[in-house]
Ligand binder design. Sequence first.
Ligand SMILES: Cc1ncc(COP(=O)(O)O)c(C=O)c1O
Length: 428
Amino acid sequence: MERQEILDKHQQFLFPCVANYYQEPIILTEGKGSRVRDVDGREYLDFFGGILTVSMGHCQPEVVEAIVEQSRRLGHVSTLYPTENLVRAAERLAKMTPGELKSCFFSNSGTEADETAIMLAKVHTGRHEIIALRHAYSGRSALATTITAHSNWRPLPAAIPGIVHGHPAYCYRCPFGLSYPSCDVRCAHDLEELIQTVTTGQPAAFIAEPIQGVGGFVTPPPEYFQVAVGIVRKYGGLFICDEVQTGFGRTGGKWFGIEHYGVEPDIMTFAKGIANGMPVGATIAKPEIAASMSGLSLSTFGGNPVSMAATNATLDLMVEHDLPTRVARQGKVLRDHLEAMKERFDFIGDVRGMGLMQAIELVEDRQTKEPAAGKASRLMETAKEQGLLLGKGGRWGNVLRIAPPMLIDDDALAEGCTKLEQALAGVK
Ligand SMILES: Cc1ncc(COP(=O)(O)O)c(C=O)c1O
């Protein structure tokens, strides 16, 4: 099909809510490593990795090979049958994750992984209230959109009762007008008042992303989770850590984002980068918590042999390349470039993130911090002209998210930084 025909059919046959990036959407047809090519043969450097999902690079040969090989032998069994790929992936996750997380449930998306975690927490505690955070994103089901705290991602009013939202550790726009560290992480301490005032005082769980992804890579200070989770545990609640974006070395130095905060979750969720682009969701829990689900639960496609082959190939590669170390080194290079750009361009209000998960927040004015959403959109277009794909996010759409595939080489990383700087210089 020609490009215009694809665009016309997209408009005609898909829900209008399936929004594309860019005024003229890019129709991608091929990818290799950190580069993709469109239908007209134009090449782009992918600095967003399909929303942090192409964790190791497009069409990574080892992962492709594992998918093809498994598809030829056995494509589907459902969770009614155990397979070697399934138990290998579960064992690998149990060994990689911190603390006592040992029991896995596989599904097909982050939405399902979070749904599973919340259902499990409710069953285990016999309680029904969930503490989430404003600016969170959890997916697109009724429950997940109720956890999600961005009005534009909520097509309907909150569908599930008992979910309340605390303030995130969004230091650049502190909800209490304070500054770190003299604030003494008021946002974390405020969870106690939240529990005491708008719940029964008996939360089932607190669900949070170590770094809020869709929220614009909002990165809490080091003591945030110890205080927040400490309060929730004091009231008998579990901690569900959503590592859908932050997992598998992305934050540099550790396998999982929460490990930077010295807190061990009761349940963790994964999706996106776990299988380099294959649809896999996973929930891992402490065995005694997982054992509480005494009823039956299956997922027709969850843990299918092909997805699990991709998961194992991806996780093997991550270990082989010692991703946490690699990402810490490259993340520092990226961060140094972004800090230098902040010195040069006064419309960059904040630089934040960890590892290869970094963001710049654009503002009209550094004093007022008025969000510069229009500028962020124009910057996306300018970067596209330079052959660079970025991500956008944040409550006001003014945050540019940078998260390339984690096997990006040093030259491509430097090239992307140069292109980004050129785009910043050229944006109107
Ligand atoms: C932190 C987080 N959790 C859950 C989800 C939902 O994942 P999915 O789109 O695979 O359902 C997302 C998706 O962006 C996410 O960023």
